[in-house]
Design a protein around this ligand. Sequence first.
Ligand SMILES: Nc1ccn([C@@H]2O[C@H](COP(=O)(O)O)[C@@H](O)[C@H]2O)c(=O)n1
Length: 333
Amino acid sequence: MVCSDAYVCYTVCSSNPKKKIFHIPWIYVPVRNALAIWHQLTKYEISELAKPTVSIRERGRVEEIIRNMHRAGPGALQVISDFDMTLTRFAHNGVRCPTTHNILHNSTLISEDCKTKMANLLSTYYPIEIDDSMSVEEKLPLMVEWWTCAHDLLVKQKIKKDELAQAVRESDAMLREGYDVFFHTLKQHLIPLLIFSAGVGDILEEVIRHNGVFHPNVRVISNYMDFDERGVCQAFKGQLIHTFNKREGAMLNHDQFRELQDRPNVLLLGDSLGDLTMADGVTNAQNVLRIGYLNDKVEDRREAYVSSFDIVLEKDESLDVPNAILTYITEGK
Ligand SMILES: Nc1ccn([C@@H]2O[C@H](COP(=O)(O)O)[C@@H](O)[C@H]2O)c(=O)n1
């Protein structure tokens, strides 16, 4: 008997009905249809993935992950995202947008002398952070040096907790275009969002609060200031998180991940190769889709990003691609 299901034709073996004998593919119309729908998901169904700014190393693999996520539905999904330059914009109208650290540098909360020192640190260490010719091992001690010096300088400024909201309001910090849809979709479908940031947690929280998207499904792992009884910053709490020790941070914060263990599908968003390990705290992960924003030194770093992230977004200041994937996963089609 010749049968055909959605994509293949086969003959059921008369001696053993469980055995199927598949036919030479190109002969059959259903198979031609199968070839026609090859990469349909990433080219047509989620048309944002066909934009010229999107690079995908293995379309077949990405499609399989997204289809698995769609099949399992929003109840099996969690989102883990970096913050600076991932949920916030890298640039707007050709001008760089501030990171959470930069919001403090630029504010009236710190002295001119401190601003100069912080700016010197930035111009020394940021090129190292994004240098594709250096290994992570070479960068590690230098990143610790940068963050430690910056935090020491900030602590000396006696920053008050109740002045942070104003510093954020007066800053040029901007969440990426489409942030409202992103946060709303996650809230609506009760999908947990874990923001994993090497920035300043207190500032990060103010940014999302200021934009009205600090919903109950949002959790943050970051560097938090330690305030004394008068509300003055006297230190930074806990283990330092910098760009390249997020795996360690994920392991240390296993409590944050514990409540997420029953969600084996992870949509991960980052802008640094250091962000690739942010989901390592999810022990039973089944499908992890890693989306990387390639913001700076695009030509030099393209190859490394495309071979490390599943989807790479070049010079894209929006959340359109993650939003389109989320819509596809959460639609009960
Ligand atoms: N003094 C500093 C230290 C770090 N940065 C930048 O912040 C970014 C870290 O935050 P993520 O949310 O991306 O983890 C990092 O990429 C540094 O470039 C800074 O601006 N000032």
